[in-house]
Ligand binder design. Structure first.
Ligand SMILES: [Zn+2]
Length: 142
């Protein structure tokens, strides 16, 4: 397994055809670049297998997991379901690869871009993941 040191969040944006909020179309377009895609209705699509680097953040591709939120999140906000599923997915990846919330990045924090969209609050996402990881780490008492 390759070494994973970060998770990078993206949005599908407007894209070349200006119609990338179309689920099936978007998924086909992006399946091969990202590892996971999160649809606006909360459905998760698997893209590239996690053992293989994605093609989404150039220099960071070899050591990262790429997740794409479907939608133009400069114009719209992530749906509640989309956000909830994202938090679960990211928390799961953090546990699997021993990452912490500070290893979660938005594309814009690594490269010159607005991606994953101006309506995505990265600190809020890191905070929600932190809470999820904390709750999951509590001992279960019967
Ligand atoms: Zn991006």
């Amino acid at each position: 397994m390759r070494e994973i040191d970060r998770i990078v969040l993206h949005h599908s944006g407007r894209g070349v055809f200006g119609m990338l909020e179309f689920p099936i179309f978007t998924n086909l377009m992006h399946k091969n670049k990202y590892h996971f895609l999160v649809e606006r209705d909360g459905k998760v699509y698997n893209g590239r297998p996690i053992e293989i680097p994605g093609e989404h953040t150039d220099a960071y591709d070899p050591h990262s997991v790429g997740i794409c939120l479907i939608g133009n999140l400069n114009k719209r906000v992530p749906t509640e379901k989309q956000n909830r599923v994202l938090i679960n997915l990211v928390s799961g990846i953090c546990q699997e690869f021993h990452l912490s919330p500070s290893d979660i990045y938005g594309h814009r924090e690594l490269e010159q871009t607005i991606c994953p969209g101006r309506n995505v609050n990265l600190d809020e996402i890191r905070g929600q993941v932190e809470e999820t990881l904390f709750v999951d780490s509590l001992p279960v008492i019967f």
